[in-house]
Design a protein around this ligand. Sequence first.
Ligand SMILES: [Zn+2]
Length: 224
Amino acid sequence: MNVFEGWKITSPYGYRSDPFTGSRVFHTGIDLVKYHRFPIPAFVGGVILFAGEGVAGTGFGGYGNVVALRDKKGYVHCYCHLDSVAAQKGQTISKGNIVGYQGTTGRSTGSHLHYEVRSKDTPSYGYGAHVDPGEYLELYCEITDEDVDNMAIKADDWFWKQAYNILGAAYNKGEIEWQWCQKVLDRTLTAGEYTHVLAVINARTQGIDVDAENPAAIPLDQRG
Ligand SMILES: [Zn+2]
């Protein structure tokens, strides 16, 4: 999967010779080119932390006009050297919304987008905590934020409903105490908790009187 399809990559993430000094330095982002003043869509949705000119000491010194956005996983996406910004601090934006226009502001040799992803947002917006942007997008953002939310809800619901059915049947057969059913079904269940419920029921249906509160008390071969 080419996450930067349609972009010309003029400088990858990693070691390179500095275009200004010629010395070997680490390039903390990826340089992408469409054309000057191209409207740049956010690769990932999130909340705008910074939008404006990066001055020394802020974490964006030399980066020109910058838009920085924090995604749901806490990573900061920096769109740098923008001709102008098209977002405001505090704004929530979705993937594909325009954050700014390709430019050459700050320490730049020509119109391009320096796109940088940082693994934290403090101090200085996570300056120095850069990760490979292509790798990040590929590994973590193929599944959208909305997908992650929906999956979490669906998984919790699923385990709860399964547990509800299984516990209800077991209670009706007198295999489990009502108090424990209530305690288990009081909230959503994790996969681990659900496995524990299965193990207890499994043991009880075979006449093994295990302590439902103590997963370690369940014989190994009876665990889910
Ligand atoms: Zn760059």
